[in-house]
Design a protein around this ligand. Structure first.
Ligand SMILES: [Zn+2]
Length: 58
């Protein structure tokens, strides 16, 4: 890690949604997802938004 700042698992939902996490972070975040309904909702929202960007017809 480069700064010593602890990243909240909640803050990983964005990078996770766009595939920007490394494998260890993905595994850790998916454990977090299982117990965090807030992040599951956030992830659904982000993916829906990303899908609209890719395919604006929908
Ligand atoms: Zn969370």
């Amino acid at each position: 890690m480069h700064s010593g700042v602890t990243v909240s698992p909640h803050d990983l939902v964005g990078p996770y949604a766009v595939g920007a996490l490394d494998l260890m972070e993905v595994v850790r975040f998916e454990h977090h997802l299982e117990e965090c309904s807030r992040c599951r909702t956030e992830l659904r929202t982000l993916r829906a938004a990303a899908a609209r960007l890719v395919d604006p017809e929908h």
